[in-house]
Ligand binder design. Structure first.
Ligand code: GLP
Length: 242
């Protein structure tokens, strides 16, 4: 594991974007795993700048999102589909057919889950996964539990996650209770993971991720098993690390 501790959120974002760009330049056909939430917003802004100012090319890049809320239309302001297009993909030269985000509304659950995994397999898995962490150690929407899912599945969000994510909604009752989530197997099979976290509120999750034993009750602790992990933290998020 390579650890980079930066002064603040802006530097964390810059560093994560530079790291991602390095992989894109090495492999213009990179399969990039995308995370959502507040943490990667700055990274996406820096990647957009690299596209605008240095012609970083996304024309052959394929993306897979980690998750989507169940029950939200793609155009809903808080859907991860809308988030990803508004904050990143509509501002770079990606091809629409190369963008993969699980649907939040569907009839055939089994088919949706199977298709998402098949699409990931078809491109031989994720090359580089940009990954944040929930305050309770969730990755994507793989919530702490006795068992974790290797593949794409429907997940019930924990009360803690619903509360954390309610800051993006008008009120807590509007936060969906379930999501379609890529499994920990697909995440851990990513050839490289760029893990990002910032702020005091992530310090304990970061400590449990890297300084405690591996447990499904802190899904991010499974990252200790990954061979190609770059961890980029600001100093507040890193403050409890040994
Ligand atoms: C959501 C996403 C995760 C993300 C987490 C942390 O629940 N599904 O992928 O890592 O939130 O988000 P934030 O960066 O806003 O703290």
């Amino acid at each position: 594991m390579r650890l980079i501790v930066t002064e603040n959120y802006e530097e964390m974002s810059y560093s994560a974007a530079q790291e991602t760009a390095k992989f894109i330049k090495e492999n213009p056909e990179l399969v990039l795993g995308l995370s959502t939430g507040g943490t990667p917003l700055g990274t996406y802004q820096e990647l957009i700048k690299l596209h605008e100012n240095e012609n970083l090319d996304f024309s052959k890049i394929t993306t897979f999102n980690l998750d989507e809320y169940i029950g939200l239309e793609p155009k809903h302001p808080q859907s991860y589909t809308r988030y990803t297009w508004d904050n990143f993909l509509s501002k770079v030269n990606i091809q629409k057919q190369n963008v993969h985000i699980p649907p939040g509304i569907f009839k055939d659950e089994k088919q949706v889950l199977k298709e998402y995994d098949e699409k990931i397999l078809e491109v031989n898995g994720i090359d580089v996964q940009i990954l944040g962490v929930g305050g309770n150690g969730h990755i994507g929407f793989n919530e702490p539990n006795q068992f974790l899912h290797p593949n794409t599945h429907i997940t019930n969000l924990t009360d803690e996650t619903i509360k954390d994510n309610s800051r993006f909604f008008l009120n807590i009752d509007e936060v969906p209770k379930q999501a379609v989530a890529m499994g920990v197997g697909s995440i851990l099979r990513a050839k490289h993971i760029i893990f990002i976290a910032s702020g005091d509120e992530k310090a304990e999750a970061v400590r449990k991720t890297f300084n405690e034993k591996i447990t499904t009750h802190c899904p991010s602790s499974l990252l200790q098993l990954h061979a190609n992990l770059t961890v980029i933290l600001d100093k507040k998020a890193a403050r409890l690390l040994n």
